[in-house]
Design a protein around this ligand. Structure first.
Ligand code: SF4
Ligand code: SF4
Ligand code: SF4
Length: 296
């Protein structure tokens, strides 16, 4: 008889459990998976270090500084072994007409081609840019709908996917209001000389997304996208530290978060462009009353 692996077991168990009156079928499945297969394979333990104690990570992206160069997007792809078959990659950089607010295009087309990524070098008056990725939401809908516990929220703020528990049902993709998740339609093909040995390749049939560079940030490093941004549009840090750069930045009255009305509690804060003549169509949200008003 063919031996089931962890993922196949979860898939079968999910189907078998549907329609029965078990008290908490999802918990039973998750416990059974852990008991049968022990700790996750694929080096998940080494890849995902323990959450950092007393930390609450988050990011600030200053749209007044983003020049739309897409270096963050490309560096993220290399750092995280994102195959060319996943498009768009974890970061999408939207280009918008400054005068009208009309969205021009996002960053996928040039990433699909070979080496044609556009690298702008300075701010453009006629455009503005908005990078979007997983927000590592505090009340993440993707976590709530995941039937196997593969998507989970850690106390230091990161939303992680355990690829060994993912059965590829894609509920999370439907639930995410930010379009932040990608499905692996094919086996990953990353050229050998491009593979980052610190990050596992995700197999065909699982969902993936930005990890806030868990393999770096939990070891005291910045995310790769923060490191490469030439205009320092991105800042990553610990919101529990009152002296951190991120805490200082979100005191700025230009701060807002994506779709705040949904109460997902995104852990990425944006700063709008400073008021300029050609930006008058844009009305920034009112600033929060004080720093404690920000969910942490
Ligand atoms: S690297 Fe920085 S400036 Fe370039 S697109 Fe990304 S956030 Fe914007
Ligand atoms: S942005 Fe989407 S994928 Fe990321 S935590 Fe929020 S709901 Fe989940
Ligand atoms: S934090 Fe890491 S995984 Fe997330 S977008 Fe930036 S480089 Fe990619």
């Amino acid at each position: 008889m063919k031996k089931l692996d962890r993922r196949e077991f979860v898939k079968l168990a999910s189907v078998a459990g549907a329609g029965t009156l078990m008290p908490d079928p999802l918990k039973v499945f998750a416990d059974a998976v852990d008991q049968l297969f022990g700790k996750p394979r694929q080096g998940q333990i080494e890849y995902v270090p323990k959450p950092v104690a007393n930390a609450k990570f988050g990011m600030v992206i200053d749209l007044g500084k983003c020049i739309g160069c897409r270096r963050c997007m490309y560096a993220c792809k290399l750092e995280n072994n994102v195959p060319d078959t996943i498009s768009p990659p974890y970061i999408m950089v939207f280009e918008t007409e400054a005068a009208t607010g009309a969205i021009g295009h996002y960053s996928s087309p040039e990433m699909m081609g070979k080496g044609s990524t556009l690298f702008y070098t300075k701010l453009r008056k006629d455009k503005w840019y908005m990078p979007v990725q997983c927000n590592h939401c505090d009340d993440a809908p993707c976590v709530q709908v995941c039937p196997t516990g593969a998507s989970y929220k850690d106390p230091d703020g990161l939303v992680i996917i355990d690829y060994d528990k993912c059965i590829g049902c894609r509920y999370c993709m439907t639930a995410c209001p930010y379009g932040a998740r990608r499905f692996n339609w094919w086996e990953p093909h990353v050229p050998k000389d491009r593979i980052n040995p610190l990050v596992p390749l995700r197999r065909h049939g699982v969902v993936e997304k930005c990890t806030f560079c868990v393999h770096r940030t939990r070891r005291g490093k910045f995310t790769r996208c923060v490191e490469v941004c030439p205009n320092k549009a991105r800042t990553f840090g610990n919101f529990n530290d009152p002296d951190s750069e991120v805490r200082k930045l979100v005191r700025n009255e230009r701060n807002f978060r994506l779709k705040e009305v949904l109460n997902t509690g995104p852990r990425i804060w944006y700063l709008t462009k400073p008021k300029e003549k050609h930006m008058q169509w844009y009305k920034p949200l009112p600033p929060p009353t004080n720093i404690r008003g920000i969910r942490q």
